[in-house]
Design a protein around this ligand. Structure first.
Ligand code: FES
Length: 488
């Protein structure tokens, strides 16, 4: 039977974005069969993948390594022994079955040859048939000389990672190493339901529709016998042994995320002339569930309370980063700049806000950030990287003299990721932005682009004017005014 593979696995195999394959499917260049595509069709569409495949895994590793600024705690990438054994067993069964089939075909071939020998009459026709059969058989014997590296790599990926498909959303993610289903889902950019990450609250309950899982952590939360019978488990305590289909709740919008109160500890404060980069950490069992692009209120006893965007990715829910503008009217900013020490306590209330990515859009993404508006945009970019769906990402930073803060980080993204471009515009937000975008974006229409921007009203006006001239529907431009600073 022709081999089919999922879209996520196919994208990984040939080194393109999932969104690229989706666009090819929409354009009719690739066919899908119940959400999967034929490996043969994929190889036809990407003949060069055969050449690159030998280095594909190294390239994936390299990008992940270079993208370590996302600061995700990766589990060791070697699968758990039990999972590895089960996957090798499954492949061995497949191999044994194929060997039995091959032996049966060989027997059939020998019988056919004997049958031809035993037949009388029409000798010429029989001789021709026999010659044809011998030719065809020797062709089959030579198949082993031309092993397709793509097929080898596909099999290798099946051993090293398990794929999880989530219903009803249709989202997919890969479970690597011995990480839990919850950790892998968050790393893959999914907004799964959860609370303690530690087997106590039961909020990460999900149902295994198919596939094999294995418990990797003890949990105190008790599932009822009925729930267990239906296949429910706790995502934070189980890993996938084989490919799995899971029924799980995901946040559809910011309204689905509850307001949380979490004590943070300051881990590090990096300073620039204008901005403090504040790295904090939640307790292991009380992490912040949020959507990229949201913010939170930070309060320090006897100091004050201020609102800041969360400048990190929800895929790392323990290590939260905030960018704080130096502002003499913001007591928290003053405290962080002058008095704060590592391990000081900061009380978080959040998340707040609804400036989030349309995760189901396969479109390329334009991000425009003005000044400290980069804090909000950075969260979105890191989340878009985790989703790995956008064919292209373009980041434009505007305003200020000279390189903006975290300029080197943006350049590192630009260098590490094939689909990422970064440019700066030194002039004020409204000046020159439209001209610059005209040159940076495709001239044949922006049908496949979504715009996200954070900055001043002048930036918004300029961007919306550009989008209007390009006949981009208004809902494809999402804007967030800079909102940061003291709430008292
Ligand atoms: S997140 Fe609380 S039990 Fe899994």
């Amino acid at each position: 039977m022709a081999q089919r593979i999922s879209l996520s696995r196919a994208a990984r195999l040939v080194g393109v974005k999932r969104g690229t394959l989706q666009q090819q499917i929409r354009a009719g260049d690739l066919q899908t069969f119940e959400g999967e595509i034929l490996l043969a069709d994929l190889l036809q569409a990407y003949p060069d993948a055969r050449v690159e495949d030998s280095s594909m895994l190294e390239r994936v590793e390299q990008i992940i390594e270079q993208a370590s600024f996302i600061n995700v705690e990766h589990a060791a990438r070697k699968p758990d022994n039990v999972a590895l054994t089960a996957r090798v067993m499954a492949l061995s069964e497949e191999l044994s079955l194929e060997k039995l089939r091959v032996a049966a075909y060989r027997r059939l071939q020998a019988q056919l040859r004997e049958k031809i020998e035993s037949l009388d009459g029409v000798a010429d026709a029989l001789q021709q048939l026999r010659a044809w059969l011998d030719d065809a058989a020797s062709g089959i014997e030579q198949v082993g000389d031309t092993i397709d590296p793509s097929r080898v790599n596909e099999t290798y990926l099946r051993v090293m990672t398990a794929q999880a498909s989530v219903i009803p959303s249709g989202h997919e993610f890969f479970v690597e190493g011995a990480e839990s289903l919850l950790e892998a889902g968050l790393r893959g950019g999914l907004a799964l339901n959860y609370g303690c990450s530690n087997g106590n609250c039961g909020l990460c309950k999900m149902r295994v529709v198919s596939g094999e899982t294995r418990r990797i952590r003890h949990h105190d939360y008790t599932l009822t016998e009925a729930e267990k019978g239906l296949g429910y488990l706790l995502g934070c305590c189980y890993t996938a042994v084989t490919d799995v289909v899971l029924e799980a709740d995901e946040a559809g919008s910011a309204a689905d995320i509850p307001l949380q109160h979490i004590p943070l500890r300051i881990k590090k404060i990096d300073t620039t002339d204008d901005v403090l980069i504040v790295s904090t950490r939640t307790p292991r069992t009380s992490r912040l569930r949020f959507l990229a692009g949201q913010g939170a209120d930070l309060a320090i006893e006897h100091v004050g309370r201020s609102h800041y965007p969360i400048a990190s990715c929800p895929c790392d829910d323990m290590n939260l980063q905030f960018h704080v503008a130096r502002d003499p009217h913001d007591p928290i900013a003053n405290f962080l700049a002058e008095s704060a020490r590592n391990n000081d306590l900061v009380n978080l209330e959040g998340p707040r806000g609804a400036f989030v990515l349309d995760e189901d859009s396969p479109n390329s993404l334009l991000f425009v950030a003005e000044g400290i508006g980069f804090a909000t945009i950075k969260g979105l970019i890191e989340h878009a990287m985790a989703l790995d769906a956008a064919e292209r990402i373009l980041l434009v930073r505007v305003g200020g003299d000279g390189p903006p803060y975290l300029h080197n980080l943006c350049r590192a993204w630009n260098d590490a990721l094939d689909n990422f471009d970064y440019v700066t515009l030194d002039s004020p937000a409204a000046a020159g932005l439209e001209d610059r975008l005209q040159h940076l974006l495709p001239s044949d229409g922006l049908d496949a682009w979504d715009f996200y921007a954070c900055g001043s009203p002048a930036l918004e006006a300029s961007l919306r004017h550009f989008a209007e001239n390009q006949v981009l529907p208004p809902h494809r431009v999402t804007f967030e005014p800079i909102s940061t600073g003291s709430l008292s």
